[in-house]
Design a binder for this molecule. Structure first.
Ligand code: NAP
Ligand code: MG
Length: 502
């Protein structure tokens, strides 16, 4: 329509996917998708209006009437094909992911692998999705509980796991008979498009999966407010999560929130320190510290504290920053310039609070790094539990070490934050392990491993400020994406009154 901007050669032009058609947003407003390692523009992305999103909801709403009646094993056959296509394209998708959001290639492959695992797991659920039968209290009466689909699912995702998180949400939603309107993060549109293309190729009927690009404040907001959207599955920051809860809550939608973390590794006096160091470095600096489960605090027993800090500092100094596509890179960029600046503000706060910065600090700008958004892997010691850097989510490659006297103090420090996603303990003492399982406030707990590495067939999520009590993945996902219907079938031929006729 006349005002269409020209797309430079080599740049990918993305479109919304509504009712099985690839369509421009109203007015064809667009923004750039940028590689955070190089500053290169890799795609042009539509910015949907409220009316675009309403159209997608309308299609999803109408398609639900048909999709909910397709037998679940048939819906699941499509999911097997999705899994096969993801597996065939794993390397290509991983490389696209590294270019789009920066994580090193080995981690990007893991991100895609989570999607593959979830596809096959949820495909299996198409032939299970178990409800239950149970005896009735009355004679000649049958009782069962079955799972019903709910309706249109609004799926809102962050950029840090651009394949895994959308698959955790859309796969169970679709296998269980819901239809979807998916609004991915502004920073990772290309991976969202790749996933939706795979659904299309796998034979998903038009209208079951609808994709709308655009900002949270315009496109996301419509999903929260439209009455036809019956559930919202959101992963992102606490600030936006609270807003989602209040807006979508007004419409009595079902809402799942997976929010931030301030995860800790506890290292006890009897720990295998080599192993603890490996676990800490991988979970604190992997994905440049931008995982919801990233280790952001080390709680070190005083007996091993000095040795641990010395060895940790030596390890952190060796981490090489760079483009995640290069074999030589240990730590990739952070998502964008704004994120690097926000991390730097936290590092300044840490220094002002009196913590000792023993490694790192600052936005890196030597050589090619200047083209991207890189933050130096940073280590603070002498951190007190009441400092802001020990309590608030930084979401960057910044780690704080807190010294404690004993196990009980370690538990208090671990639990002394508003979040509760992932905790870890390194110890050889089985009694301590079981106390840790009982006493650490977190949704995920690792023994003799870092804070990351969830497997998709176990429930995933956190306690306290990390969410609102739901879990993703595993069978827990089925409970979120389906509605229980209890069914009573009386074959006595007479009126039998429960609780009244003995
Ligand atoms: P974010 O800023 O909260 O954004 C998350 C999503 O919400 C994006 O798609 C965003 O769109 C959208 N959004 C923003 N404002 C909205 C609104 N008013 N209405 C509806 N949607 C809106 O989070 P992020 O920076 O992308 O991701 C980092 C955060 O996610 C961290 O706090 C991290 O801990 C958390 N996280 C948690 C888990 C978990 O499972 N617990 C997993 C991964 C990440 P735009 O992109 O357009 O802003
Ligand atoms: Mg954001």
């Amino acid at each position: 329509m006349g005002c269409r901007p020209r797309i430079p050669a080599g740049m990918v032009e993305l479109r919304n996917y509504i009712g099985g058609n690839w369509v421009d947003a109203e007015g064809n407003r667009r923004i750039d998708d940028v590689n955070p390692a190089t500053g290169e523009i890799i795609a042009s992305v539509p910015q949907s209006s409220a009316a675009d999103v309403a159209r997608a909801i309308d299609v999803a709403h109408k398609t639900f009437e048909h999709w909910r009646k397709v037998p679940a094993p048939k819906r699941a056959e499509i999911m097997y094909r999705v899994g096969t296509l993801l597996r065939e394209r794993k390397e290509d998708l991983a490389r696209k992911m590294t270019r789009e959001m920066g994580k090193v290639l080995v981690e990007a492959r893991g991100d895609v692998q989570e999607g593959i695992d979830m596809a096959f797991y949820m495909a299996g659920e198409g032939r299970r999705a178990f409800g239950h039968t149970t005896p009735s209290e009355l004679p000649n009466k049958f009782a069962m509980a079955v799972r019903d689909p709910i309706g249109v699912a609004g799926i809102i995702t962050p950029w840090n796991f651009p394949m895994a998180i959308p698959t955790w949400k859309t796969f169970p939603a679709i296998v269980l008979g819901n239809t979807v309107v998916f609004k991915p993060a502004t920073d990772t549109p290309m991976l969202a498009l790749e996933l939706v293309k795979i659904f299309e190729e796998a034979g998903l009927p038009p209208g079951v999966m609808n994709l709308v690009f655009g900002s949270g404040s315009v496109a996301g907001e419509v999903l929260l407010k439209d009455e036809r959207v019956r559930l919202i599955s959101f992963t992102g920051s606490n600030e936006v999560g609270r807003h989602v809860a209040s807006e979508a809550g007004l419409g009595l939608k079902r809402i799942s929130l997976e929010l931030g973390g301030k995860n800790a590794v506890i290292v006890m006096d009897d720990a295998d320190l080599d192993l603890a160091l490996d676990g800490i470095v991988w979970s604190a600096y992997g994905t440049s510290g931008q995982r919801c489960t990233a280790c952001s605090r080390v709680i070190a027993h005083e007996a091993i504290h000095d040795q641990l800090v010395e060895r940790l500092a030596a390890r952190v100094k060796t981490l090489r920053l760079g483009d995640g596509l290069l074999e030589t890179t240990d730590v990739g960029p952070v998502i964008n310039r704004g994120a690097a600046e926000s991390i730097d503000r936290y590092v300044e706060i840490g220094k002002a609070e009196g913590a000792q910065m023993v490694v790192g600090g600052g936005i890196a700008s030597e050589g090619d790094l200047a083209k991207g958004s890189f933050y130096r892997p940073t280590l603070f010691t002498g951190v007190r539990p009441d400092m802001r850097i020990a309590k608030e989510e930084i979401f960057g490659p910044v780690l704080s070490v807190i010294k404690v006297k004993d196990f009980d103090e370690a538990v208090r420090v671990n639990n002394g934050v508003t979040y509760g996603l992932s905790s870890s303990i390194f110890t050889q003492d089985v009694n301590r392990v079981f106390r840790a399982i009982r006493d650490l406030e977190s949704g995920l707990l690792y023994v003799n491993a870092g804070t990351t590495g969830a497997e998709i067939h176990l429930p995933f999520g956190g306690v306290k400020g990390t969410g609102n009590g739901h879990r993703e993945a595993g069978v827990a996902a089925l409970d979120f994406f389906s509605e229980w219907k209890s069914v009573y079938i009386d074959y006595s031929g007479q009126l039998q009154r429960a609780q009244i006729d003995a």
